[in-house]
Design a protein around this ligand. Structure first.
Ligand code: HH2
Length: 294
């Protein structure tokens, strides 16, 4: 099945939400060139909202709320990848995300992505109803490509230098834009050649990158890149504070909106955010300003 917006096409060999296409087409895909992925962290320790939606009922309710607020996709993750975070076992990650995905798939009218680095978690999540795999490790798990190809689901491939435990310890690039772009394109070819129906590329802001690296990518990475849609996620990240925002994570939303609007104007197809309502309003106003006659 296919879901379209102005900038990109999401192809999947699996069914998209049954009652959803009309709603998705009208309100979440067609309304702007840039769509929103809303974050549902089912973790005790995520950097911005750790513990807030750790309870299954809370996480489901939050995902459904983000869908009502205008998220095209809700991104369900059970493992924090904040700087310094350590890996968690597969069974713990499964226990966190599978019940949430299962219920949102039944109760929600929204696309679901699973935010995982593990192929086994991706496979179980797809079986539970996830439509998209969001892999911040850029398919390092050798089985990840095969899982996405076998199930025929789209994948978000994100660039990360190093591992979460140490990625922010002196990250280095000779030319960050060229190196990240080349790596993403290599990974994209790998997944497409393996039969994955569509791929979205993400430079991975804050994942093994200084503020200067993040800014170079935001300003100069092609969006779309070689015809492939680009996803940008800077929501509540440290770069917002470094750019002049406030120190508390919960108060980084206005700065996050500024970065994401900049990315949308440059051609990003999707933004990954915590506060969906705020971003949707900002994108709608921005669009009206551009399109309405003075
Ligand atoms: N950022 C985070 C997690 N997953 N996925 C993509 N594609 N792009 C991102 O920029 C990205 C991501 C980190 O944010 P968050 O989920 O809020 O924090 P944590 O990893 O601590 O759960």
């Amino acid at each position: 099945m296919t879901a379209m917006n102005r900038n990109w096409e999401l192809r999947s060999n699996r069914a998209l939400p049954v009652g959803a296409p009309g709603v998705l087409d009208q309100h979440r895909i067609g309304w702007s060139g840039c769509s929103i992925m809303g974050v549902v962290n089912v973790t005790p320790d995520s950097f911005s909202d750790g513990g807030l939606h750790f309870d299954i009922d809370d996480a489901v309710a939050h995902g459904l709320l983000l869908a009502r607020h205008g998220a095209l996709v809700v991104d369900v993750g059970g493992e924090s990848t904040r700087p310094g975070a350590v890996d968690i076992p597969i069974d713990v990650e499964l226990e966190r995300v599978i019940p949430v995905i299962t219920r949102i798939a039944v109760e929600g009218d929204v696309l679901i992505s699973v935010d995982t680095r593990k192929a086994a978690v991706a496979a179980a999540a797809i079986e539970a109803g996830a439509h998209i795999v969001n892999d911040v490790a850029g398919l390092r798990d050798p089985a990840m490509v095969a899982v996405c190809a076998e199930f025929g689901v789209p994948v978000v491939v994100m660039h990360m230098q190093g591992e979460p435990t140490s990625m922010q310890v002196d990250p280095h690039y000779d030319d960050v834009v060229a190196e990240v772009a080349e790596w993403l394109e290599t990974q994209a070819k790998r997944v497409v050649d393996a039969g994955v129906p569509s791929v979205m590329l993400d430079p991975g802001l804050g994942f093994g990158k200084t503020l200067q690296h993040n800014l170079a990518l935001l300003r100069s990475m092609p969006m779309p890149m070689n015809g492939r849609p680009v996803l940008i996620g800077s929501s509540r990240k440290r770069m917002i504070e470094q750019l002049g925002g406030r120190t508390s994570n919960q108060h980084r939303d206005p700065g996050s909106v500024a970065v994401h609007l900049f990315a949308a104007q440059r051609g990003a197809a999707m933004i990954r955010v915590h506060d969906v309502a705020m971003h949707r309003e900002a994108l709608a106003v921005d669009r009206s300003l551009r399109e309405a006659p003075p």
